[in-house]
Design a protein around this ligand. Structure first.
Ligand SMILES: *Cc1c(COP(=O)(O)O)cnc(C)c1O
Length: 396
């Protein structure tokens, strides 16, 4: 058992992330009548504020659910039993989504991967070109694979689908990249974008999203997988008047409105630049420690989390347990086949330079305590933060 600690707990897992005070205060209000007249303006304001976050002019469906619900919604609204779905094994989350698709009665074809690379656009193009009968109905990928710290190049996957001239729907999970890493639903021709509240959106777990293209809407009119709770049609119809077909998570919506205001006040390009800077500083720390970044292709380094390998013979979970016990910091565990070999540093959401500095210090002290040989990673990271594009604070 960790000792009781004073000061703040460092929640440096790659989601759920730290919820800012402003969002906590916004949620901490009396529950309102979700069928009353004051509710519709809230729904409309959220719809206005959330579209730019997905970079879409189209509708964004909001479910009271974890991200997994939005995975299911994306599939059941657009596909029919036995439809073929092409997926890519980028890691734990891609594997879970493919398992879910199989359980729904879809025919899943998975491009194998080594959990150290993102989706290979060439492999997608080759597979689609070979699909002369156009039996593949959807390509479904994870933008930012949270188990490995690898970000796939979605625009290049879109270009690959276009090169093959293939009509498949394009479904993308952005649960750990949305509002942290540049993402463009409309421009990249994505048909359903899947999101969740508890990562870049700085909210507690409990809301999940589908941004929906016109092509996806058209597909939903003929798709035959059974759906009720997840059905877009009733949701979109109610949303048009500012309401929901069933009770929405009203207090979470207050929080969502506040989080969206915060993102727009900072400016989305600044939000993306902040995450890029913290990603780079973290990678400099890893190199200083002499440890290995799991992601192998620098084009695919994730700016929301870094997964790193501990040396052969060391146990990443023992390191995490020591850091929790001594310094009250939670780091992400290795998932699936990476268990014990990898730990993950989350650097996304409501986060700043000194929080990252504290995080990296905690890791370095943990390495010292468990006796993993290491160099100094903190100094190069701090030197980078101090000199490279340190952001001016608003109002200073
Ligand atoms: C967190 C996460 C999920 C799962 O979301 P839940 O809210 O736990 O259901 C799915 N995909 C990715 C990429 C994630 O990071």
């Amino acid at each position: 058992m960790p000792q009781p600690q004073s000061g703040v707990h460092f929640l440096q897992i790659p989601g759920p992330t730290n919820v800012p005070e402003r969002v906590l205060r916004a949620i901490d209000r009396a529950t309102m009548d979700h069928r009353g007249p004051a509710f519709a303006p809230l729904t409309r304001e959220i719809q206005e504020l959330i579209r730019p976050v997905f970079a879409t002019a189209g509708p964004v469906v909001i479910y009271p659910a974890s991200g997994t619900g939005a995975w299911e919604a994306a599939l059941v609204n657009t596909l029919s039993p036995g439809d073929r779905v092409l997926m890519a094994e980028t890691g734990w989350f891609a594997s879970l989504w493919s398992k879910l698709a199989g359980r729904l009665g879809l025919e899943v074809e998975i491009l194998p991967g080594d959990w150290r690379h993102g989706v290979d656009p060439e492999a997608i193009a080759a597979r689609l070109e070979a699909d002369a009968g156009r039996t593949i109905k959807a390509v479904a990928i994870v933008h930012n694979e949270t188990s490995t710290g690898v970000t796939s190049r979605v625009a290049e996957v879109r270009a690959a689908i276009d090169r093959a001239g293939h009509p498949a729907l394009f479904l993308v999970d952005t649960i750990s990249s949305l509002a942290s890493i540049d993402y463009r639903h409309d421009e990249w021709g994505v048909d359903v974008t899947v999101g969740g509240s508890q990562k870049g959106l700085m909210l507690p777990p409990g809301l999940a999203f589908n941004a929906v293209s016109n092509k996806a809407l058209a597909a939903s009119r003929t798709a035959k997988l059974p759906r009720s709770y997840w059905a877009w049609d009733e949701m979109l119809e109610s949303n048009r008047d500012g309401y929901f077909p069933y009770t929405p998570a009203t207090n979470m919506l207050y929080g969502l409105r506040e989080a969206l205001h915060m993102l727009h006040e900072e400016g989305l390009p600044n939000v993306f630049a902040r995450h890029a800077r913290h990603g780079e500083a973290t990678r400099r720390a890893v190199r200083g420690w002499g440890l290995e970044i799991l992601a192998l292709d620098p084009r695919e380094y994730s700016n929301t989390l870094t997964a790193l390998l501990v040396p052969e013979g060391s146990d990443a979970d023992a390191l995490r347990a020591t850091i929790l016990e001594h310094f009250d910091m939670s780091l992400g565990t290795g998932l699936g086949k990476l268990k014990g070999k990898v730990f993950r540093i989350g650097h996304l959401g409501s986060f700043n330079d000194l929080m990252l500095a504290g995080t990296l210090c905690g890791v370095q002290m943990g390495l010292e305590l468990v006796g993993i040989p290491h160099g100094d990673g903190v100094s190069p990271a701090l030197a980078y933060l101090a000199t490279e594009g340190a952001p001016a604070l608003a109002g200073v």
